[in-house]
Design a protein around this ligand. Structure first.
Ligand SMILES: *[C@@H]1O[C@H](CO)[C@@H](O)[C@H](O)[C@H]1NC(C)=O
Ligand SMILES: *[C@@H]1O[C@H](CO)[C@@H](O)[C@H](O)[C@H]1NC(C)=O
Ligand SMILES: *[C@@H]1O[C@H](CO)[C@@H](O)[C@H](O)[C@H]1NC(C)=O
Ligand SMILES: *[C@@H]1O[C@H](CO)[C@@H](O)[C@H](O)[C@H]1NC(C)=O
Ligand SMILES: *[C@@H]1O[C@H](CO)[C@@H](O)[C@H](O)[C@H]1NC(C)=O
Length: 371
């Protein structure tokens, strides 16, 4: 069976519909019709596309057959009041004179959660929208008076007048440092913005934000920023669902944001910030992050890089009269004091340059003495 006949078969069985955008198929007495979705109107039977209802208005759901007229846009959206009703000619003879309801946005944070049904004025706006508190209830002449909740505090919307304590939660991506208090000197919840790379969802109690990275140290009164957990390295995730902090491997320490394996002969510290040489006796240089190695001090020789934990005396002193550099491994590398190591100043250019300086210094000295 090819694709085309499969399609026809499915169409025949009514398993797929071929409704145009913003409409849904309904079967009425064995026949399929496409009706515009809620928020749209139009006569799809007459080949019209579904048009969006005008600003602030909406139509009934598709199963109520929103066909043919803009007059089907008879409802107001949430937080709008209905200035006038929709007009719809049921005879369908004067569709040009049909009109949608006129819905006006509720003023200054006031609202109407259900979307009003009768026509009215702004007194239909008898609630406050989320993150506003009501300073005066709706009256015969004006909408509920609503003020924005201060500095990151908020609520889910209120139905009655009250004080700042109506702002009893924090907005998204804020955390609460103190709860709201009512009565004399009322205050809203105290809210602070989440630190970078963390979030919150409208917290209702005192607490902290959550780092995007699940491998970050939880934020607390002593942990103000998102950072990788001990023994994890990387950059903390900058978005939800990501993870930037990776667990370091066996015997690795965290250096900046990478994991580094401890040098031979050393063991990672409990806090994963460095290592300790297995042999920490006298002649061994203490482990440092600069070198990440276990080696003997000056004038000692040996192989502390092969030491097991608890082992002692891996570095032995050079024979009397001899000396050695840091990291010397065998006694024959301990050299007697007369054997001068070759000079570091081997660059002929720099040598002759300092000679010239010396000569000119000498000349200027001589001149100063004589004149
Ligand atoms: C919408 O169209 C259908 C199918 O043609 C019809 O049965 C229904 O009465 C119409 N609805 C309205 C409200 O006119
Ligand atoms: C809304 O707030 C503005 C500015 O605060 C004010 O001028 C206006 O009168 C208010 N409107 C209503 C309907 O309360
Ligand atoms: C919305 O408006 C209607 C009509 O005036 C009213 O009955 C209702 O109480 C208002 N408020 C809410 C929250 O629905
Ligand atoms: C140092 O000690 C650790 C822990 O006991 C061990 O894993 C490691 O192998 C030791 N180093 C050497 C070179 O033996
Ligand atoms: C320059 O003079 C200093 C002392 O004045 C001396 O130690 C040094 O060797 C001289 N350098 C050269 C290249 O002659």
């Amino acid at each position: 069976m090819n694709k085309k006949s499969l399609f026809s078969a499915l169409l025949f069985l009514g398993l797929i519909s071929c409704c145009i955008d913003n409409s849904t198929s309904y079967n009425i007495k064995g026949q399929d019709y496409c009706f515009c979705n809620q928020g749209y109107y139009g006569n799809t039977q007459a080949g019209q596309t579904c048009q969006q209802c005008p600003q602030g208005t909406t139509s009934n759901p598709a199963e109520q057959h929103n066909n043919y007229s803009i007059g089907f846009c008879s409802n107001c959206l949430q937080n709008y009041y209905k200035k006038s009703l929709a007009v719809q000619d049921d005879t369908r003879r004067f569709l040009q004179t049909d009109s949608a309801a006129v819905c006006i946005q509720c003023p200054n944070g006031s609202g109407n959660a259900s979307g009003p049904i009768p026509a009215g004025d702004e007194t239909q706006c008898n609630t406050c929208q989320p993150n506003y508190y009501m300073t005066a209830a709706v009256s015969k002449i004006q909408a509920a008076q609503c003020s924005p909740c201060p500095s990151g505090s908020g609520n889910k919307g209120v139905n009655s007048a009250g004080d700042l304590s109506l702002c009893n939660q924090c907005q998204d991506n804020f955390y609460m440092t103190a709860t709201a208090t009512s009565g004399k000197g009322a205050s809203s919840a105290q809210c602070s913005p989440c630190p970078p790379n963390s979030y919150s969802t409208a917290p209702t109690s005192v607490g902290f934000c959550t780092c995007f990275d699940s491998n970050a140290i939880p934020l607390s009164s002593t942990q103000a920023t998102c950072a990788c957990l001990s023994g994890f390295a990387g950059n903390v995730a900058t978005a939800k669902g990501q993870s930037g902090c990776q667990k370091c491997g066996l015997n690795q320490f965290v250096s900046g944001n990478t994991c580094v394996t401890c040098a031979d002969g050393s063991t990672v510290n409990k806090d994963f910030t460095g290592c300790t040489c297995n042999d920490s006796s006298d002649g061994t240089m203490p482990w440092s992050s600069k070198t990440n190695s276990c080696q003997c001090k000056e004038n000692y020789y040996g192989t502390p890089d092969k030491a097991t934990q608890g082992q002692q005396g891996s570095c032995k002193q050079c024979p009397t009269g001899t000396s050695s550099k840091v990291g010397t491994k065998t006694s024959d590398q301990c050299t007697s004091a007369s054997q001068k190591p070759p000079s570091d100043n081997t660059n002929p250019a720099s040598q002759s340059f300092s000679e010239i300086i010396n000569i000119s210094l000498l000349i200027s000295l001589v001149l100063t003495v004589f004149f």
